[in-house]
Write a protein that binds this ligand. Structure first.
Ligand SMILES: [Zn+2]
Length: 434
């Protein structure tokens, strides 16, 4: 009996020390909560073990336990926004496996608290997710994907480097799909590889693309697709129930009578002959809004591609794609489509520069008619929702994760002020910008 009591006492002591709470209190700032509401002054925002428990009078201010750690940071003159979400990155395709860690660590210092990787090596991505989850270094929440595509993509596409050591097309995260593929098995294996999203990429018929979406939904897995999957057009994907469409310029194929079945044709879109407000496109935007399909517009990649590797690839088409894509994004938002901020361009910044997610926000304002408030909603609430993280991230309210960015200037006055970062907080952990 005494032994049992000793055991219980010891266990309770352990429990008490395990429960020593961590408090972070931020005081005196303007709060932009990610819902689109105006900024409001806040005297105190209190975080307990990574979650927001009180904002001024709202919520419960706990009486801190005697052994609790309490950090108070005064933020006079600052603005606080939710952490930014990038819905389109690739962080595991570098020969040096530490590169992914460097990119993600720099991302969180640069205000990015959640990312969706849209095709990479799931073995490397799983290790990054583990290390971030274990608190070995601060990084953003990481959602990642399995790429599903037809034979053309495995002949010429960027798939070999994603699955070194595996037979091409047979890795669960880089899967060749044909009519005979057992999709139930393929999606179960993708889940087993840690993917929570299927990326439908190219060379798939409408029938096959729809079957993938159907089975993914049945197994509780999210779906994204290139806006046109050749020969599958955007409208086919929307009717199938796709979660997000990537790359606004590829929406153009909705208004073409016959979509080619060669996915290499995506760079030859008829941007000069089909207007973004073509009746078939206006109908598509309305349908996307009705069905809750997110648009991962990725304007930045079309703006920047020609400067990335001059002379190494054909970029004669990117200016037309950018201009058209920005107009389509403007019209889609006006129709009620939730747009998110993906860059597709998450390379290491040797210059110590900020993630290009900030450039995507500015492009939405300067080229796609968004107000700064609308761009912030795209980059926070709607991005988190697209990643399936909307219940805990994307807005700043009681019960939400303390994922936020402290800015030295008002981003509603000038969207470029998202770059004026004083510090980032990821699940209650303070991360300095440098
Ligand atoms: Zn991509």
């Amino acid at each position: 009996m005494a032994a049992l009591l000793r055991c219980i006492v010891l266990w309770m002591a352990l429990l008490a020390s395990a429960q020593a709470a961590d408090y972070l209190e931020l005081t005196d700032f303007q709060l932009i909560d990610g819902t689109g509401a105006a900024a409001r002054p806040v005297k105190s925002l209190l975080v307990r073990d990574g979650l927001i428990v009180a904002i001024d009078e709202a919520g419960v201010r706990p009486v801190a336990e005697p052994d609790a750690r309490w950090t108070r940071i005064g933020l006079a003159g600052a603005w606080v926004i939710p952490g930014l979400i990038d819905t389109h990155v690739h962080v595991s395709r570098f020969p040096d496996p530490r590169q992914g860690e460097r990119i993600l660590a720099a991302a969180v210092r640069g205000g990015i608290t959640g990312v969706r990787d849209l095709a990479g090596d799931a073995r490397a991505l799983g290790e990054l997710e583990r290390a971030i989850g274990a608190g070995e270094w601060p990084g953003p929440s990481l959602v990642y994907s399995a790429l599903f595509a037809g034979p053309d993509v495995f002949r010429s596409g960027p798939t070999a480097e994603m699955a070194t050591g595996r037979t091409l097309g047979e890795a669960p995260w880089a899967r060749l799909i044909e009519a005979k593929t057992d999709l139930r098995q393929a999606i179960a294996e993708a889940r087993g590889a840690g993917a929570s999203n299927i990326k439908i990429y190219g060379d798939l018929t409408p029938r096959l693309a729809a079957a993938i979406v159907r089975e993914a939904r049945r197994q509780g897995v999210q779906t994204t697709a290139h806006a046109t999957v050749f020969p599958t057009r955007p409208g086919d994907l929307v009717e199938a129930g796709i979660g997000s469409l990537s790359h606004a310029p590829y929406l153009v194929w909705e208004a073409v009578d016959t979509v080619p079945d060669d996915y290499g044709k995506r760079i030859a879109g008829p941007w000069d002959t089909i207007a973004p407000d073509h009746p078939r496109l206006l109908a598509l935007y309305r349908r996307m809004a009705q069905r809750g399909v997110f648009l991962d517009a990725t304007l930045y990649v079309y703006k920047a591609m020609k400067d990335y590797a001059p002379g190494q690839m054909d970029t004669s088409w990117t200016d037309a794609a950018f201009t058209w894509g920005a107009q389509a994004t403007r019209l889609a938002r006006a129709a009620g489509v939730r747009v998110t901020t993906g860059t597709d361009w998450f390379e290491p910044r040797g210059d110590g520069g900020l993630p290009h997610t900030h450039d995507e926000l500015a492009l939405l304002v300067e080229h796609a008619g968004f107000t700064p408030a609308q761009a912030l909603v795209a980059a926070t609430r709607d991005g988190a929702a697209a990643l399936g993280l909307g219940a805990t991230q994307g807005t700043l309210d009681i019960g939400k994760s303390a994922d936020l960015v402290v800015l030295d200037a008002d981003p509603l006055a000038d969207i470029h002020n998202t770059t004026r970062i004083r510090l980032t907080v990821k699940r209650g952990v303070v991360v300095a910008p440098h």
